[in-house]
Design a protein around this ligand. Sequence first.
Ligand code: UN1
Length: 517
Amino acid sequence: MTTATVVKDIEKALQSLGVQRENKGSSTGSQWFAGGDMITSYSPVDGEAIGSVQMTTREDYEKVVETAEKAFKKWRSVTAPQRGEIVRQFAESLRKNKEALGTLVSYEMGKSYQEGLGEVQEMIDICDFAVGLSRQLHGLTMHSERPGHRMYEQYHPLGIVGIISAFNFPVAVWSWNTALAWVCGDVCIWKPSEKTPLTAVACQNLIAEVLKDNDMPEGISCLITGDYKVGEMMTHDSRVPLVSATGSIRMGKIVAQAVAARLGKSLLELGGNNAIIVTPDADMKMTVIGAVFGAVGTCGQRCTSTRRLIIHESVYDEVKNSLVDAYKQLRIGNPLDENNHVGPLIDKDAVEKYQAALKKVVEEGGKLLVEGGVLEGEGYESGCYVKPAIAEAENHFEIVQEETFAPILYLMKYSGDVENAIDIQNGVKQGLSSAIMTTNLRESERFLSYAGSDCGIANVNIGTSGAEIGGAFGGEKETGGGRESGSDAWKIYMRRQTNTINYSDELPLAQGIKFDL
Ligand code: UN1
């Protein structure tokens, strides 16, 4: 595919999604406010400026929050199944715009077109899930210790949900939060990554149309844009009871402290350092495909990307050689060209971090098996294309302990029982995703037991990335402890209330306390 065709497709995508070359950056739905400085979004695909968005000022932010507060009063009175119906219509709009939005995600973020489509599919899936949920949102009932009493708990809408999302899943992570928050009766304010503001403008246009068609007020879906300073307006704002933040551990610690200082709630989805354990009983074909997709998919920029392979010494050379061979087949280039497996990193900063990590692993005593390097020349003009690399390393290396958002896979050996591999796997400060490749039931069950993986996600015979929306998504330790997406993750978007009702003609006190007048 030539550059010219890509540009043409982008034009079409931008047009059909209502994204301009110059955009206002603060919105309460159909209304947009002019703001401060412009942020330009450059595509890592070809280095071109795609368009720009005006940063939210403090004044704009105030307008947004005031409108959201008003909208909440109306939205919470719309019944949950009706709110679900609106989310259903949003899913329909996403289905219609899947190719356009997938293309823009691919071009603005750099992930492959297939993964761009997959990301929009993930949005559709969570909306479908939320529609069903809108007829549930159930609490428990329990038996009272007092005669003629009934107890139950119910969930009420919380208010404004602030969403801070990262560049790597520029649209899906927003929808995980919004689809649930909306059926729960909350209104949302979204601050997308300043690296991918245009996909956010596109999403805002799609949902604004749906809300307008349903005569809903401004303020149910709001957008603010800018750097961390704009995010800080929300984290410090007690009118925002829940802040859901996805990004680095460093960012998460700052958000968590700011929100905790005002006793707000935060939902954190931070870094991972995900490993696949390969035991002597692993299916080799699955292992290689799972490890390669996990390590190089999204150019290693998923929080679930596979960073470490912990391989039993008896199969170490076999796995190592198969991987080195498999890496030779990888095609790196324009992600909108479906012949390519790997697109660019997000920007030159990320390229520098990738280079620094490769240097550091060698300095610490590691050995490069697949060298990596930055690609130059035709098709690589943006300077963001790198070769996926493999290094032999030890778990205690400083660089291995860190999450580098790049396609670098560290191989390490274990000997003896699977417990030794689990110790290595758990021997990092992050706790998002993990996997074991084995056909041996005893090994897989030990990996899944209380003494097994300490991560929020633990898979058997699949890689570390590519979770489905039906399960709760998130991780332990420095990954932040939050859970988004499926299962009962919706509960964080609501406030729980316990109700005790006395239908007797006495007033007995709990715990048998006597109090007579
Ligand atoms: C992320 O990288 O922040 O499990 C989210 C996965 C995707 C979501 C990743 N469904 O890889």
